[in-house]
Design a protein around this ligand. Sequence first.
Ligand code: DAH
Length: 426
Amino acid sequence: MTPTVKILASRPCVAACLHRARALPAVDRASLSPSLGPTGCRGGRRCAAQAAGPQTALAPSREEVITADPANNVTDNIFSKIGVNLHQQRGHPLCTIKEAIYDYMDKEFPGVFSKHDNLYPVVPTVANFDDVLVPLDHVSRSPNDTYYVNKATVLRCHTSAHQAELLRKGEGNFLATGDVYRRDTIDATHYPVFHQMEAVRVMKEDYWRATGLEPVVACERELKATLEGVARHLFGDVECRWVDAYFPFTEPSFELEIYFNGDWLEVLGCGVMQQSILDDNYAAGTKGWAFGIGLERWAMVLFDIPDIRLFWTDDERMTKQFPPGDLSARFKPFSKYPPCFKDMAFWVSPEFSENNLCELVRSVAGDLAEEVKLIDEFTNPKTNRTSRCYRISYRSMERSLTDEEINEVQFRVRDAVAEKLKVELR
Ligand code: DAH
């Protein structure tokens, strides 16, 4: 089969001052930011610290992530998500998925895997990219795709950002779960913040020698058996198939697909770890495997959740549907409110990017923005200028929107687009 070539895959489609953070190894957030208050909550959404109790750690302050640095592209909307930690809230579908994976891994490898779900999401660029061998010209490094605090510091765009630092701390078997941040388009399966679980499993030399297999074969075998087991633990007796893939940090690399509800679905990326990551950060002669799972994707598939924004709602008609630990819960739609569509056409400038447009729409409209879709494009042959028309669909998960309200939002979106994106509205 042809390998799937992806950068960092596993976006959640149902289908990633810091001097402080930089100077310190990957420690749990609890031990960071001693200057912040006891919870780091900023109010607003249901906060993990309120929901999950004392073990919840601190979040960075606004000044730490929104700075005057020319490379800074973190918005207030994004800042408001940091520290919410949905994956720590008992009963939240993402937490249920996390715990179910923990259960399986603990059953198969008793006492082996350490668990981290509170690692600081602001990481050195080096940890996010270089330490896991992401090439310098890789698209994921672009500020169009990743949130930069400054050139040397990003909001992690994948939990693989913690691989090297945890290995350097001597951790050879770990599960690291956290919120990850990526600039992206807007639709039912994409949200600029989502959650991943990273696993690393190192085999010491005597262990893989005892298998009598080539080390890469020993790793691949254990990796695949483990992941098929995890998938079946959550999804039932599903058919699994392996697709060759590409990730900078593994060789060979694979994606697992499961046959669920009549479709083959890609559910994770994994592979045998690049030897240099182990040699440079852990110990020569060791071999290992790793995987990365997008928790929203698993939860959307398993629980039938149709829109990624539902993970962020406090509406009890959603939250009450998911008792802690219940893998058999299925989302029952509660009244779906009508969408409201607004079109916006403009002449694009050379710097225009769809991700920038979506970022602005989210900054103004928040979770009311359901989808931003290109519906028309043409180039005037005389002037060579290109016009695009985007349709923004607004819909609340919780209530009916009034026309006046959306007109007002749309006005603000148009103003922001004209001012910030330097395009000419038509
Ligand atoms: N970091 C990858 C992503 O965000 C997911 C991933 C793939 C993690 C393969 C891994 C791995 O550890 O081995 O798309």
